[in-house]
Design a binder for this molecule. Structure first.
Ligand SMILES: [Zn+2]
Length: 309
């Protein structure tokens, strides 16, 4: 089995992103708000979570995929439009101007909204890391019209290119990748702009429900892209019980899956004020690697071996 760690990299964006789940229960909405308040105490400040991860991965030679909210690729900006991207239009986005949080500034004043300096210096030339995208400013592209998605993905590519990164992989904010209303909208924009790999959690029926699926399977081809199915998610702030269940799941799968199957474990950079959970998981993963049961890869590595069906 192959093991792939996929880090949704948002730095300070978690504070500002708008909630697309307008149709969900009151309790859900309250929990979402409480989590933002709680986050101020338990999450890492600005880019500290990412720094912790990058340092640890380098020290221990751990491959990782960072799907970065693209505004973070910039070193500075003058606000919208950054690269002629159109603003999202889906229902909930009208609550505020989509770019209400944009300080039109740079990394020294806002180190949690611009990471261009850090990515360029510490991440971009390291073969351990695959640097991909995660929305331009955390949009939910599968729910937008194709011209908006096209303009956003093109802007994403241009922003990354500006510091010498050519991204090939994408993970979707809210893990919404494909919606019944227009299943291929994100995929065609990605393909048009040279992207090759998409992280996947199944088909959604928004806004009625969200039904993320978790699987441990080989990557597969659809719409001219390589799909990597999400297997599980955790964070730096997950409770011990959840970490225990994930360890058991990784071990069981490593023992029964063939070598092409991918265990894709997802997490968020800003939750890693402490690396305790990550170290517990990687300890098990590295033991399984020693036994020859696991190979560690990043998303870009999938292109080296050719794309499996
Ligand atoms: Zn900006």
């Amino acid at each position: 089995m192959r093991f792939l760690l996929s880090v949704d990299t948002e730095a300070d964006f978690w504070k500002y992103i708008q909630n697309p789940f307008y149709s969900f229960s009151k309790i859900y909405q309250i929990k979402w708000r409480l989590n933002k308040i709680r986050g101020k105490f338990i999450y890492a400040k600005n880019r500290q979570g990412l720094k912790n991860l990058v340092t640890f991965f380098k020290e221990n030679q751990i491959p990782a995929t960072f799907n970065i909210t693209v505004h973070l690729y910039l070193k500075s900006c003058n606000g919208w439009p950054h690269f002629n991207e159109l603003k999202p239009k889906a229902k909930w986005f009208f609550k505020k101007n989509w770019y209400y949080w944009d300080p039109k500034s740079g990394y020294s004043e806002y180190p949690g909204l611009y990471l261009g300096d850090f990515i360029e210096k510490e991440m971009k030339n390291n073969p351990l890391f695959d640097l991909g995208i995660h929305g331009f400013a955390h949009e939910c592209w599968p729910l937008e019209e194709s011209k908006i998605v096209d303009s956003g993905i093109r802007a994403a590519k241009n922003a990354a290119n500006k510091i010498g990164v050519s991204p090939v992989s994408c993970s979707s904010p809210f893990n919404i990748t494909e919606d019944k209303s227009n299943p291929s909208v994100l995929y065609s924009a990605l393909r048009k702009n040279g992207f090759k790999i998409i992280r996947y959690t199944g088909l959604e029926d928004f806004p009625k429900k969200m039904t993320h699926k978790f699987k441990v399977i080989p990557p597969f081809k659809r719409y001219g892209l390589t799909f990597v199915h999400v297997s599980s998610t955790f964070d730096g702030t997950s409770k011990p019980g959840r970490i225990k269940r994930i360890l058991k799941d990784i071990e069981e799968n490593a023992n029964k899956r063939d070598k092409n199957a991918v265990y894709c474990l997802c997490c968020h950079d800003f939750t890693f004020k402490s690396l305790k959970n990550l170290k517990i998981i990687l300890n098990t993963v590295l033991k399984l690697k020693k036994k020859g049961k696991i190979e560690l890869i990043n998303m870009r590595d999938l292109l080296k071996n050719g794309n499996e069906d």
